[in-house]
Write a protein that binds this ligand. Sequence first.
Ligand SMILES: *Cc1c(COP(=O)(O)O)cnc(C)c1O
Length: 304
Amino acid sequence: MNSALHPRLKLLESQLSVPTLTPIFDDKLTAQRLELWIKRDDLLHPVISGNKWRKLKFILNHALYSGADSIVSMGGAYSNHLHALAFAGKCLGLKTIAYVRGEQPQKFNPTLIDLQNWGMELRFVTRSDYRQLRAFKHHDSLPDLKPGQYWLAEGGASNLALQGVAEILAEIERPFDVLVTACGTGTTLAGLIAAAPAHLQVVGIAALKNAGYLSDEVNRLLPNNSSLAGWQILLNYHFGGFAKTTPALEQFIRYFSAEHGVPLEPIYTGKMLFAVFDLLNKGFFMPGQRIVVLHTGGLQGVRH
Ligand SMILES: *Cc1c(COP(=O)(O)O)cnc(C)c1O
């Protein structure tokens, strides 16, 4: 596998910054001698934020080296994935095509407007057609792909995505014991588990309801080797389901953003940090533990 970066991708990557760790100070943390840092992948790039860049990087590299001229993918009308892909595609000179879940709305939301402005071709599909697209996992497995078209499955779930996620760990320059991330498809979590040293405890917070299937998904993505970090997925912080919220969650997000100066959104990162503080109150962490939570970005999805 060629993991040297394609020149066009190298140029794009040179515009990204290596996100810092923001320390969080809170009496509750101090009382338990816990340390908490946020790995700010929301600050990677003004547009291509968070885990979506991490997951796309080596997939786009593979596509470029395979001679692809277009990327075909799928997502919802607020999709962070499509947003990152459309912009990256424009920078790299790749055409992008997206199957978007649901009917074409009369008035486009800010995400769809960006996608359109960046030249992504949008194909609105019914929810049941959308579900059927999930069956195609491999980059050449979508029926009716034209020559030069590269299929990118939902959530970017592939080994190439894990390779990009692994780079997050290499950037964290201080020792730590626990790593927390939000989970949608579980691809980011799988990438962190695969790259984490065996002593690290990796915790995923599911953003979707009834996400019991997620651990099978993560296992499917993980390479077969035995030195994996200990990991678990917590299923009870979905607040009613994907993109659902509650007044308590909204209040927490307002409080946290104002108090610590770190913006959160209610779909992934707000739920994850709510979970971290709830777990703290429940004695989940061991005194003295150093916790890093991954800010996976996603703030474009909550523009009004
Ligand atoms: C997509 C996304 C996730 C979920 O990532 P998976 O790899 O699908 O689990 C988490 N946080 C944010 C902000 C996202 O946009």
